[in-house]
Structures are given as C-alpha cells and as structure tokens.
Design a protein around this ligand. Sequence first.
Ligand code: UGA
Length: 433
Amino acid sequence: MIFKKIAVVGTGYVGLVTGVALSEIGHSVTCVDIDEQKVASMREGISPIYEPGLSDLMKKNYEAGRLSFTTSHELAFSDADAIYIAVGTPQKEDGTADLRFIESVARNIAEHLTSYAVIVTKSTVPVGTNDYIKQYIEKHTDVSFDVVSNPEFLREGSAVHDTFNGDRIVIGSDSPFAGQVIEDINAPFGIPVFKTDIRSAEMIKYASNAFLATKISFVNEIATLCEKLGANVEDVAKGMGQDKRIGEKFLNAGIGYGGSCFPKDTSALVQIAGNVEHEFTLLKAVIEVNYKQQRLLLDKAKEHFGSLRGKTIAMLGTAFKPNTDDMREAASTILARELVLAGAHVVAYDPIAMDAAKKLFPEAVDFAENVKSALKGADAAFLVTEWDDFKELRPEQYASLLKEPVLFDGRNCYDLEGMKGAGMDYYSIGRPV
Ligand code: UGA
C-alpha cells in the first residue's frame, strides 16, 4: 500500500471525520479550515464537534504526525495527491443548496494547485456541480487534475463507526486513473466499492437520503392509521421488515426526521427536479408528512388538556437524535416555540445539546440540570429525543415526579403495559392508548 498525501478542506462533521479516518488508515492528511480558532483548538487536541470516538482518534493521529491542521490552502495543497472538498452546502430559503463554500474552495484550488491532484467532492452537491467545479478550475489553472464524486453516507453520532463499517464506497469519475487513486486510498477500509459516472454518484447520495426519508414518512403515515384502527405500528413494522425486500431498518415511527441532511436534501431534490420541469410528487408528500409529524405531540397534548395555557411541560431531549449535540431541524425547536405560543411553560433538559438549545429556543423556556428536576412538578412530559438516560426511567418515576401522570412519547420508548400499570396517561406514536 502506498500512502498518499491528502488535503481535506472543511473540518465539519464530514471533513474532520474523513480526515481523521484517512490518517488512521495510514495516509498523511492535512485538514484545512478558514476558522483560525478552530484550527488552533484542533492542534491542542480539542475536537470542534461532539462525535463518539473522534477526539481520541484525532489526538492519536495528530501525535503520530499523520494528521495536521492549517488555515493555509497553499500549504495543504502543495504536493497533495488528493484534495477532498468537505465544506457545507446549507439550504437557501427557496430550498436549493447554497454552493458559496464549494465555489470558494474551487477558487482556492485553482489558485494554489501546483501539481496534478485528484479533487474529491464529499459534500452533498446537486447533480452537475462536479462538472461545474471542473470547468471552473480548468478555466483558472494550467495544472492538470481530475474530479471525483465520492459522497459520504455517515450518520451523525456514529460517523466514526460508519466510516470503518460502511455498506459501500461510491466513486463517480470520468477518469479511470482518478477513480483508481480514490479506490486505492480507501482500500484499507475493506468496504465494497461501487464505481460509476460523476452525475450518477451525485444522484446516489440524494436518492439514498430521499429514500430513507420516504421510509420514515411512510411508517409515520401507517402509525397514524394504526392509532385510528387499533393496530400497533411496532408490530406492523416488524412484520413488514421481515420481508427482505422491505428491510426492518428505518421503520421506527416517531415525530419525524430532523438533522442537517434529510430536510435539506429532500427539499433540494424537489428543487433539482423542478429545474428540469419534473414535479417530484412523492417526495413533496414525504416532506409534508414530516411537517405534520414534527408537531404531533402538540396536537396530542392539546387534545388531552384542551388548553395548554399555564401548563408546565417537561421537554426531555432537544437534539434531533441521540448521541449528538446537533439541533439543526430538530422537532424540539418547533415544539418549544409552539408550546410557548400556546401559553405553556417549558422546562427542557438534554444530556449534551442544552447549550445549542439555549440559543434556539424562545427566552421563556427554562432549562433543568437533570431529567428528574425537569419532570418534578410538571403537568406533563414530552419525550422528544430517545437518549438512553431517558429510556432507563421507570414508569413509577414518571408517575411520582410529574404533577399529573401524563407522558407524550414521541419515540415509543416505553412498554405500554408498564406505563398503564403505573397509572400513567401514556400517549405514544401509532400504538394503542
Ligand atoms: C443521514 C443518513 O442516515 C446518512 O446515511 C447520511 O450520510 C447523512 O444523513 C447525510 O446526508 O450526511 P443523519 O442525519 O446523521 O444521517 O441521521 P439518521 O440517523 O439517518 O437520522 C435522521 C433522522 O431520522 C433523525 O431525526 C431520526 O430520529 C429520524 N429517524 C431515523 C426516524 O424518525 N425513524 C427511523 O426509523 C430512523
């Protein structure tokens, strides 16, 4: 194995995890970011993001001299065999992907490229963007290079694990040489490689996220029907999932999907379709179902109490899912805002996302130091994020801490019988009350 010199631009979730993992398998990696403070703290071994296992691997490879951090593109790109683009593509107001950061990296590459390199796009970009990057760089440099689309499929909270245990590595390229360079770089991961053209690789990423989002909205619609018809969505999903063509994963009913990827990528794909005069009816419905789902606990609480004015609601969990401090597109933000608007007093608790929540929630929301003090004396609880800490709570604890024994569980964390036995009014998603 010949180890390569690699530059990774952007040290967010995708960039940092990619850089650290590539150094762990032996490559010499320089991560470049324009944020000086971030670079300084990474040099001190502090990871700018919370991601299980990342800090330790980062420190290990930094100390071994295989991983370095810089703000200088010039330094990072000199003699690099491959340059990975891993900057953000946030959502613009109209739902399209904002490519400002991608364009700025392309400008930097054109300016500082000194010898042949493979330019690898990890960021999720609309179909055709890699062609655009290629044309842009070609126009501004005489140095030869190739472009490869190599989308990531990492989940936040298990990104390190996923990098070493992924289902496939997709390599989209119109240069067999460049495709081979990227395949060689990834060889030590031992993950199956799927090679295709650039546009298909770009589409695989959007199609995969849109399909997973569809699975979630589909099971959530089934959950609504189960509630009305007296069936149990957990058993329905299990029974469906045993059919290998359907698969049991991503069939957990709940209060919808959040995070930085599914909401952004589904909207972007609807826009991409619109640009070529195709109405993506199915995906539009998936998004609409999710909108409804994220507000479901509020509807249930209003139905139970009539009015929420003056009620204290304990909100358990604010992150968009467990094992992350990420609050992007989290249902909790919508629920906090709507509860406050409805005149309720919200006391929120999250094991690690509370600092982020404080910045996003209305000022009227209070934050508790632990889950028990959030529950103590509240009129009802909303379980929003299925942290293990919450799953360990016993029905009797809810019943004794809450003023009224009412729990709206957005993630189906508890056994129905146990809750009933403790005298709780227990509302979950798609299961009998
Ligand atoms: C998602 C994909 O799973 C990754 O493959 C992809 O690389 C990533 O987006 C991305 O595009 O970067 P992530 O957003 O980190 O990863 O989180 P997931 O674990 O997929 O969960 C997304 C949301 O779906 C969460 O809000 C979760 O609560 C919800 N979900 C998931 C359900 O409501 N039900 C399920 O059965 C599964």
